[in-house]
Design a protein around this ligand. Structure first.
Ligand code: CP
Length: 305
């Protein structure tokens, strides 16, 4: 049996069996299961978990913080801005310093795509990728799959439309690994400069949002990430009209299908206010479930490993 990775950088670090176990574990934790020895996670000393967010976050950072506290581990909010990273210390030395201070695991968000890959061979500390540049955001995709499971959506044989900047979205990239692993097909939809260059087998791409919606069982809308573009992209101004998912569009197409978004939503761009307040929208459930999926991942790395 494959052991749980010490560095969880991307979805392909996990087997399908490990992901199914995480979903089962998240489900048990949500229904009130308290892991044996959770006050100190079964160890002599309470494990210490740090978050190091070198990019802004509300959902990922705080859901990890809550998950750590619910498991009874000790939480350190490592502030990169006031750390010796600002004096030029590199990330490896920083992580080794945390390790020798007794930190067991560090959750890292970075703007540098693939930055955590260097630590896989000889990890200075256990690491979870909290989103790295445009590369991957594995824990987001895992909590999305857990939400689908909870909502009774079996993606096997079904189609998910991923709508937005599919090419540069780390969430989109993690879903692109995860959904086909569970038998789902993806339709990538967005402005042509936002469509992936390589379309995986059994998936397709379109610039026509109505077509994508009509062919899909689940919609996954992505945030327009203005902060990642140095210049205003040509598609910004007409995005809502051309690619926005709104109740009027869904009603016109006669589609009542679940709508996901990783957050934060640009309301009135990717989704309208009416959609996020409707029964179709699962964004708030994704947020709730993020705590339990992240507890399950921490448990797998700190207790079960
Ligand atoms: N979904 C997500 O990563 O949100 P935050 O940027 O708020 O963490």
């Amino acid at each position: 049996m494959q052991s749980f990775p010490k560095v969880l950088e991307c979805i392909s670090d996990l087997s399908k069996d490990q992901i199914e176990k995480l979903i089962h574990s998240a489900n048990r934790l949500k229904s009130g299961y308290v892991p044996v020895g959770s006050r100190n996670l079964g160890r002599k000393f309470t494990p210490i978990v740090a978050t190091s967010f070198l990019e802004n976050s509300t959902r990922t950072k705080h859901s990890f913080a809550i998950a750590i506290k619910k498991l009874g581990a000790m939480y350190i909010d490592f502030n990169a801005d006031t750390s010796s990273l600002k004096k030029g210390e590199n990330l490896e030395e920083t992580l080794l310093t945390l390790h020798y201070q007794g930190v067991d695991l560090c959750i890292i968000r970075t703007s540098v795509s693939g930055e955590l890959n260097q630590f896989k061979k000889d990890p200075p500390i256990a690491i979870i990728n909290g989103g790295d540049g445009i590369n991957e955001h594995p824990t987001q995709a895992l909590l999305d799959l857990f939400t689908m499971f909870e909502e009774g959506i079996d993606i096997n044989g079904k189609t998910m439309a991923i709508i937005g900047d599919c090419k540069h979205s780390r969430v989109g990239h993690s879903l692109t690994s995860l959904i086909p692993m569970f038998g789902g097909k993806i339709i990538f939809c967005g402005p042509k400069e936002c469509l992936p260059e390589d379309i995986p087998a059994n998936c397709e791409a379109t610039t026509n949002v109505d077509e994508a919606i009509l062919k899909s069982d689940v919609l996954y809308t992505l945030r327009i990430q203005k902060e990642r573009h140095s210049q205003k992209a040509a598609y910004y101004d007409n995005y809502e009209e051309e690619f926005g998912v709104n109740l009027k569009r869904l009603q016109r197409l006669d589609k009542k299908i679940p709508v996901f978004h990783p957050g934060p939503v640009n309301i009135g761009v990717e989704l309208d206010y009416e959609t996020i307040k409707s029964d179709l929208y699962l964004g708030y459930k994704q947020v709730t479930n993020s705590v339990f999926m992240r507890m399950a991942i921490l448990k797998a790395m700190l207790i079960d490993a």
